[in-house]
Design a protein around this ligand. Structure first.
Ligand code: HEM
Ligand code: HEM
Length: 176
């Protein structure tokens, strides 16, 4: 299997980006909801630090993924079964990337406006001043963007099922 994408199939690196992101997100979203339900304790602080580190890792992975996509465009869309189908597929992918960025950046801004110093893996950074109103606003964004992501992933998976079972095309082969 080639590292780079071909006309009809994603390459090894794009597949790796896709499936690593899927596995991490499938754990990170419920983990976030579980976290907020916990009583304040050392355990909660440790778990929150893990949530943040995993979140920042997803941010970097998505950034590298898009840079890779820029130099190595995705395989062409499957045949149109109805008008606008390719556009809808592209819009779904675009919004998936966007929602991941909104979630990670709003999470980062929430913590920075709380006046905390964040570990960005390669460096540490913090704002000079806190602003709890903005911190709360970004946290709201964090929550709503998670609902957006859940909706988009559901539509994404439903579309793949329809392609596979009803249109009977080779869409799954492109990504596996
Ligand atoms: C967290 C869950 C998921 C996310 C965030 C996600 C995200 C994405 C994104 C952004 C693309 C576009 C890649 C590009 O830039 O070209 C894509 C493509 C694709 N994904 Fe997913 N995906 C997820 C789960 C799944 C699952 C569970 C399946 C299979 C059941 C799947 C099957 C596919 C297929 C077949 C494509 C290629 C679509 C095409 O080329 O038209 N994805 N996914
Ligand atoms: C794609 C990555 C991420 C996902 C899917 C995600 C998901 C979530 C979810 C679902 C919640 C629960 C929201 C609620 O119902 O109140 C949450 C909470 C939270 N997230 Fe994230 N998050 C991600 C990345 C980040 C990042 C990068 C940061 C900060 C740098 C962050 C900071 C937080 C904080 C501080 C909370 C509140 C935890 C608490 O109250 O103890 N998240 N996240």
């Amino acid at each position: 299997m080639k590292i780079i994408n071909s006309q009809s199939e994603y390459g090894l690196l794009a597949k790796l980006f896709h499936w690593v992101t899927f596995i991490v997100l499938i754990a990170q979203v419920p983990f976030g909801f579980y976290l907020v339900g916990l009583e304040f304790s050392d355990k909660r602080i440790d778990l929150e630090n893990i949530h943040i580190l995993v979140g920042i890792t997803i941010f970097y992975i998505t950034l590298f993924r898009l840079i890779w996509k820029f130099f190595n465009p995705s395989p062409s869309g499957t045949k149109n079964y109805f008008k606008g189908q390719v556009f809808i597929g592209k819009a779904n992918h675009f919004l998936l990337y966007l929602s991941i960025f909104i979630i990670t950046i709003s999470g980062i801004l929430k913590k920075l406006y709380m006046g905390e110093i964040l570990n960005f893996i390669f460096f540490k950074y913090g704002f000079e001043k806190d602003n709890f109103v903005l911190a709360e606003a970004y946290y709201e964004v964090h929550i709503y963007a998670n609902y957006l992501l859940i909706t988009l992933v559901t539509l994404h998976i439903l579309a793949v099922i329809v392609h596979h079972l009803i249109f009977k095309d080779r869409i799954l082969k492109k990504i596996f």
